[in-house]
Design a protein. Structure first.
Length: 333
């Protein structure tokens, strides 16, 4: 039996679908019925509605310890996908509670229940920092606490520390560090916002660069590594390093929309963040922009996927046709 946390999100729901397609048993942790509806909608999108009913649902919260006891009964493998993504400074405590404390709880229950293997879906945000002269960031880069990191990045790094603690206490673990994950079905959260904003005629772009990957590749690698004799390793999971502008243009093309025409520089982003802060303080509006978020879409980072390719000989999907496939699926809704 496989336990999946975060099954009501993009990666967790796709892992559930793939495991059930492979004939494996899945138990899914959920907090609200609205979350279950999101997962069902994804199964419907893939025309796999009959498989949705094979999920064994159990209500629980990774930050509420008593709710996890039943979830771990008779479990062999754990896919820990649950996370909270936000760049809003006001949500720092929530980010840390869910991503660090929640992960610690899942790790502790996995140790206590002698879980055979534990897969943690982390993020490239938790990777180390480039040294002068380096082009790519890989699994070997060291985290520099003196450099600026978003609350989200710090929380994922802290979560990884909890996973490595589990490894030291006898838990067999593997960590994936995916780039920006692109996939269908969740346009209101995570990377799906890129699709959603483009669909809404979002007209701005930056010149930032980062790693991107299709969700089905993340899922395929996660399941593959859980089957292999692979313990105590982490892998960067990135298909291509691309500019946000290129991604926005390809999404616009797939949606038959105009490409975003307005470039916003770092200093314009800085002004926008200040104005957003003023609006939140004096007009009690919810923060929509943050310094961390603006840095992330302006930063020019490239990531190396050589380790996962050498270890598994995996063939990543090319991002542009993957976007076209995602959009075609989404149009079926």
């Amino acid at each position: 039996m496989n336990l999946i946390t975060g099954v009501t999100g993009l990666v967790g729901s796709h892992i559930a679908l793939r495991l059930i397609e492979n004939g494996e048993a899945v138990r899914a942790l959920y907090r609200t019925s609205e979350g279950i509806a999101k997962t069902k909608a994804l199964f419907d999108l893939y025309k796999k509605s009959e498989l949705f009913h094979k999920i064994q649902w159990i209500q629980g919260d990774i930050t509420v310890i008593p709710t996890l006891e039943k979830a771990f009964e008779n479990i062999e493998n754990v896919y820990h996908c649950a996370a909270f993504i936000s760049f809003d400074p006001k949500e720092e405590s929530k980010i840390r509670k869910i991503n660090i404390e929640g992960t610690a709880n899942v790790v502790n229950f996995s140790i206590e229940n002698n879980i055979k293997k534990f897969c943690f879906i982390s993020s490239i945000a938790a990777l180390g920092d480039k040294k002068p002269g380096e082009i790519y960031i890989s699994e070997t880069n060291e985290w520099n606490p003196e450099k600026p990191h978003s609350d989200y990045a710090i929380s994922k790094y802290g979560a990884e520390m909890e996973v490595w603690r589990g490894q030291n206490e006898g838990l067999n673990v593997v960590i994936l560090n995916p780039g920006v994950i692109l996939g269908p079905g969740f346009w209101e959260q995570g990377s799906g916002v890129i699709f959603n904003k483009t669909f809404a005629g979002y007209r701005l772009f930056t010149k930032g660069t980062t790693g991107f990957v299709a969700v089905i590749d993340v899922v395929a690698i996660a399941i593959l590594l859980m089957k292999k004799e692979c313990f105590g390793e982490r892998f960067v999971v990135v298909s291509e390093n691309l500019t946000f502008r290129a991604i926005q243009n390809w999404i616009s093309d797939a949606l038959n929309e105009k490409n975003p025409p307005i470039y916003i520089s770092k200093w314009v982003c800085s002004i926008a963040v200040r104005l957003d802060w003023i609006a939140s303080v004096f007009f009690f509006q919810k923060r929509r922009l943050s310094s961390d978020g603006m840095r992330s879409i302006n930063r020019k980072n490239k990531f190396s996927n050589s380790k996962i390719i050498e270890f598994t000989n995996f063939k990543f999907q090319v991002i542009k046709p993957a976007i076209e496939t995602i959009n075609a699926l989404q149009k079926q809704k």
